[in-house]
Design a protein around this ligand. Structure first.
Ligand code: XMP
Length: 514
């Protein structure tokens, strides 16, 4: 079965991912593609999935910018429904010969739209709708074949439809929760206009991923890179279903794990019906990182060393394929989106060395968001300790020590991490948080311990709330909990004289410090 799919053309807007995620929440598959995808490329997509419609995302540009991002206009003639949002709305209006100009009054934030005609994408909406706007240009009018469906105080054409074909534009952002009935607008597009079937389910995904893995690996052997996190555990359970005893799970303890983690992973997976190897590689990784300060360099070195260990282990069991738990946001943050900057090298993606001694690297979760991985893990009946675990970066504590990594610093950050974890969990705060951990900064400061001067490390505490890690907020947890964390860290770790709390959202910061 080919899943019904909506392609989201990316014009660099900050909400581009949100559009894809909102569509998937309705059990319709969605992928982000480059804005300049050609009609031929879209036809190519149709051989893999059933493309039912296109969404043109928002973006930071003006259609008048000399280097403004455009589309291959032939895609408007493919007979596929199209929905332009914000920049996408202005772009369609501009291509149609409408009048688009810098707005006399820009609108940022909540606005109220008067729905002049509740049809198509606006079917069943009331005469006044609360919407979220963020635009500098405005569509002032359109040729006769277009019909205005809504306006706001400052925006005469806030929504339109093309009379001859299913082409729609919305100046506002239906994907943002502040647009009160945004979900309904997207559902109108998906189910009424594009006639999608809600056939993107995790059950279907598992079947497809198992078959695909079987097809690639055939009768060969594979190893899977297992760290014990949710992504690699899920890929291990999936691959075990596909390959049975032709699969060996390789758990590399790089020495940058949290307390008791190696024991936990071994105990969990030794009960599964697969081959399991644990490699103790702590010294080897530490040696490789000896003089490395730069975070990107650290990630690359760790990525490379991981692959070398996997190659060695693969040789021992005659495996030609490497499976790993890369997910969609890892690929994007490593620079897969054409117009988004590379933020950091995720160790299992762009951190891979140029020369890899495997026939193929297989990434069955490459198109999933984190919450979708959790659903797959639940369906595969992975233990709840794994499903509910907070994410942990592949390079581990090495990217939570700012500057050069040493064994002493690892011991400090590991102890601090355990204190943060224990205190948050015993305060009953775990469920509302995405991540909570300690960072060992490279700043030393003066303190006083037992009437004597002390000069020691500063530990930072990061506690973040998030839905899918693309954005995050620092958590406003009670001061009493922070106080306990701080006292315990300074009391129990002699090398630490100061604890600070990270009060930065993502963006502008990332969740991890390196
Ligand atoms: P940032 O720091 O980019 O992190 O905001 C987003 C989420 O990804 C996790 N993370 C990683 N996960 N390999 C991974 O598997 C990595 O190299 C990596 N780096 C960051 C991070 O913990 C957060 O949840």
């Amino acid at each position: 079965m080919r899943v019904d799919t909506i392609l989201v053309l990316d014009f660099g807007g900050q909400y581009c991912h949100l559009i894809a995620r909102r569509i998937r929440e309705n059990n319709v598959y969605s992928e982000i593609v480059s804005n300049d995808i050609s009609s031929t490329e879209i036809r190519g997509w149709k051989t893999k999935v059933s493309v039912k419609g296109l969404v043109l995302s928002g973006g930071p540009q003006s259609v008048f910018d000399p280097d403004a991002l455009k589309i291959d206009t032939e895609i408007l003639g493919l007979g596929l429904p199209v929905l332009g949002l914000c920049y996408g709305h202005q772009l369609i209006a501009n291509i149609a010969g409408g009048s688009v100009k810098p707005a006399e009054k820009k609108e940022f934030g909540i606005a109220y739209a008067t729905i002049d005609k509740p049809v198509g994408v606006l079917n069943d909406l009331s005469s006044r709708e609360k919407v979220w706007m963020s635009h500098s240009d405005t569509v002032y009018n359109l040729p006769n074949e277009y019909e205005i469906l809504a306006h706001t105080e400052n925006c005469p054409v806030a929504a339109f439809q093309y009379k001859k074909n299913s082409i729609y534009g919305l100046q506002w952002h239906p994907e943002v929760v502040h647009t009160e009935n945004g979900g309904k607008m997207l559902r109108n597009f998906l189910f009424k206009i594009c006639q999608c079937q809600p056939n993107w389910t995790m059950g279907n995904f598992i079947e497809k991923a198992v078959n695909e893995t079987k097809k690639i690996v055939g009768d060969g052997r594979a190893i899977v890179a297992l760290s014990g996190g949710i992504d690699s555990s899920t890929v291990t359970a999936l691959a075990a279903k596909a390959l049975g005893r032709n699969l060996t799970a390789v758990f590399v303890d790089h020495g940058f794990m949290r307390e008791t983690e190696p024991e936990f992973v071994q105990k969990t997976f030794q009960e599964y019906d697969l081959n399991f190897i644990a490699v103790n590689a702590g010294e080897r990784f530490l040696r490789k990182l000896q003089d490395i300060n730069d975070p990107e360099q650290k990630r690359k070195v760790i990525g490379e060393e991981f692959v070398r260990v996997f190659e060695e282990e693969a040789k021992k069991v005659d495996a030609e394929y490497l499976l790993q738990g890369t997910i969609y946001p890892d690929r994007i943050e490593s620079g897969f989106r054409r117009f988004s900057d590379k933020i950091k090298t995720h160790h299992n993606v762009a951190g891979l060395p140029a020369r890899i001694d495997f026939r193929k690297i297989v990434e069955p979760l490459r198109d999933l968001y984190k919450d979708e991985v959790r659903k797959v893990a639940q369906k595969l009946e992975l233990p709840s300790e794994i499903i509910e675990r907070q994410p942990f970066p592949g390079p581990g504590l090495a990217v939570r020590i700012i500057g050069v990594v040493t064994q002493d610093k690892l011991n400090i950050v590991r102890k601090a991490d355990k204190i943060v974890t224990d205190e948050i969990e015993s305060a009953g705060l775990k469920d509302k948080l995405w991540q909570y951990f300690a960072i060992l900064t490279d700043t030393k400061s003066t303190g006083v311990k037992g009437d004597a001067r002390a000069y020691g490390y500063t530990v930072a505490v990061r506690i973040a709330e998030s839905r899918e890690a693309m954005t995050a907020s620092f958590s406003k947890i009670p001061y009493e909990v922070l106080e306990k964390v701080s006292s315990k860290i300074t009391n129990e770790i002699p090398e630490v004289t100061r604890v600070v709390y990270d009060i930065t959202h993502k963006p502008p910061a990332t969740i991890e410090w390196e």
